[in-house]
Design a protein around this ligand. Sequence first.
Ligand code: C2O
Ligand code: CU
Length: 586
Amino acid sequence: MHFSDFLSLLLLLALEWNVEAIKLVCHDETFVPDAVLRVTAENHTTSCLPSKSTVLVNGTSPGPELRLVEGRTYWIRVYNDMPAANLTMHWHGLSMAVSPFADGTPSTSQWPIPPMHFFDYEVSPAVGMAGTYFYHSHVGFQAVSAAGPLIIDDCEEPPYKYDGEKIVFIGDTFTGNDSTIEAGLVHNPLVWSGEAAAILVNGQGGGTNNGTACNATLSSLDVEPGKTYRFRFIGGTALTFASLAIEGHSNLTVIEADGSYTEPYNTSFLQVAAGQRYSVLLTTKPASEQTKYFMQLESRERPTVTRGYAVLNYGTPDPPSTFYPPAQPVMTLPNTTLGFLDYDLHPHSMYGEEYPSAQDVTRTITMTVHQRVTGPTIWVENNYNWTEQFPQEPYLVSLYKNDGIEFPSMERALANNGIDPVTRSFPAQIGEVIEIVIQNTGADAGGLDAHPFHAHGAHYWDLGSGNGTYNATANNLKLTGSQPVKRDTTMLYRYAMTTGNGTRMGWRAWRLKVTEPGVWMIHCHILQHMLMGMQTVWVMGNSSEVLGKVPTPEVEGYLTYGGDVYGNETHAPNIVQFSDDWEEEQ
Ligand code: C2O
Ligand code: CU
């Protein structure tokens, strides 16, 4: 065979392979999705608040629990049944590298689902991702209620044994409706949402808000004596950083953090921020002296305390009992523990993937967060904010269309603390091992705040946190001999209530091996802060790595708002099937 023949054979094989992997498919009436989420805006009563327009998933908040098995691919159909609002769904904690338009970030990875349309999300949790996640809308303030548990089951036996599972989906709720809150947060001057009116567990809850009682019914977690349960805590709050404990049960053993199995770690309480998840083993009393124990939850790092409860119920679940909050708190919960679980959690020996050493680090990017009050109150990262209004079309769409925004320039970024000022994005190359240091600073007016930072696209090794500024040498010394766990949401703490304007006070460091090409967000998970600009966009990989996966004609339907990939009553969506492991399943 001539060399040129050999080349064309190779080309043919490559093309063939591509055609195998990337398929245009029409989801007509014969198509059956693996799960269906229907999102509506309805008048709904939560806790003690008067009924108000609320975004619900399948009629409830939180929405239904979704259970997927790692190593398989699923189609989840999401209907936007709201006549006047856009919608996306984000699969919080999962890498959506396989299906790039399915990450649910409206200004970044996809056009939102227009009113009365639907979109089929292709979700492929890789083997090793088993754990606790959640799904939520990524538009505006919708995620305060449009969210639900997403559990990725192990394809084999999990490394811990337990008799049962309980989901503890922590939420919060506010007096205003979403549109009022959204408008207030971008208003000049700022109109704050107010503090959480209630902390909810699985959608229910009462307690006190700044001392005012709310006597709403509590969620009941029904257990039997002498059993071990896996409690899956999900930080599905908008704002609340919750400190929590369970009366009479100080034996909590952390076994999972953000989808990573850990070595067992014992604690008597938890701190759960917006976006974080923990699995905890809890062994119930052999014969309980009481039938009811309160779980108490309190907001931290806010000017006032919102307190909520749920019940650990040893009584018969049938018929269900109705529980109300106690007249007085049943426990004194600790104040914020700075650096909670930092340096304490280590990957479970069966899952610990070798993590890159300090010598492997190719670049350190410091992301300085700051609150500006000149003009509207906004949050900036290295002097830039990112909101749903910037840019005008989703970044990934622009890159495909090659019209508006261009690829970030590494040269411009390197000269500007890692962020390219033209595209307002942080570029990184595939194969780089980067350290991302998130640096807290005093606001223009001197205030400091605490922020749960979340990364899309991939999990990072969490290197810990501290006061002042990051010192790599000192921190590496602290990490010697142990391995940190891979997380996707960790806290940037505040070490004082106020400090000087711009004073660097408090850091959080992550180490990330850049492997997944794509356009990914890193942002604070407090919904109010997101709307005020506390979001960043990272472009991992160059143009052929980010766009090369699918040829442009095939993605045409993704490039316009309401394009061919969005279905409605009369139009079946024509979409690209990105994963190549469909054959074996269907
Ligand atoms: Cu759950 Cu972009 O976040
Ligand atoms: Cu924040």
